[in-house]
Design a protein around this ligand. Sequence first.
Ligand code: NCD
Ligand code: ZN
Length: 333
Amino acid sequence: MPQELSLPVPDDFHIHLRQGQDLASYAKSAEQQFGRILVMPNTEPPVNSAESVKKYKAEILAAAPSLKVLLTFKLNKNYTEQELLEMRKNGAIAAKYYPLGVTTNSQDGVSQIEDMYPTIELMEKLDLVLCLHGEEPGVFCLDREKKFLKHLEKLIRIFPKLRIVLEHVSSAEAVERVKSLPQNVAATVTVHHFILTLDDIVGDSLRPQNFCKPIPKLPKDKEVLRAAVFSGNNKFFLGTDSAPHALEKKECLCGAAGIYSAPVAIPILIEEFEKENELALLPNFIAGFGADFYKIPRQNKKVTYIKKEWQVPKIIDGAVPLRAGEVLKWDRK
Ligand code: NCD
Ligand code: ZN
């Protein structure tokens, strides 16, 4: 068993850093874990213009100057080619599609994906990536991802060259579909969907801190997801979906969806890959396949982790992190 592990500095291709006062602490904590991040646009107000892309990037960099920051913008209106080019110039590499009301800050989400086709056609032409929150609103919560897959298939039929990422894939059906679609369809995998099932939210006691969208599903779903990653399939790469909410926003009458995983993501992954004897697959999963899919260079910086137990704080930056209070086995040197 290794006692030290040298890894490429990880990329996180799906992270939420929020806005205003909270932004600086979340950005700094991301900076301690990752070299490069793709930041989601569901802030208040949303990132949905060249101006807001530029401003958001500058705010993140002011707090975390060593991070390589890649941006997304919300796909909730049709953009002109000129606007898309300007957003790209300002640092955006992808659009994020949120169906209406499916998750945090999606009140401005889209009710008919077809309404977005004019922009999606331009994105295909410009080779901008489309990131999908792949859940169908209004159906039973555990079926939402499965019921969304018809939209994914239609998209790829109509826009065969479009690069699509099905974000935070959580169901066996979606994993299988991503595998069977062409190479321009990939998926991000979160740390929490890698280790949690519905039991960790409502099995024994109610654990609101594990509540997130899409909801962690059945043991079988988790196994299929893990098997895809442990097969070394390059369509599956890390996007933590680290989504901090203040403790009181999650433990209340109507709790917010989202898990704060950034501070613990890599130590947990090392532990999980080590358990399966698959540590050799970890570099590509955290710092290879995602960059390749996004057609950006892999980073060549390294970071060393050591086997040293540490207890996850009960609260970090006002939010309860994943595995709070538990002991993890690996830490940054
Ligand atoms: C995310 C958030 O809080 O912004 N919440 C979540 O449960 N994953 C939004 C999202 O990615 O769905
Ligand atoms: Zn997210």
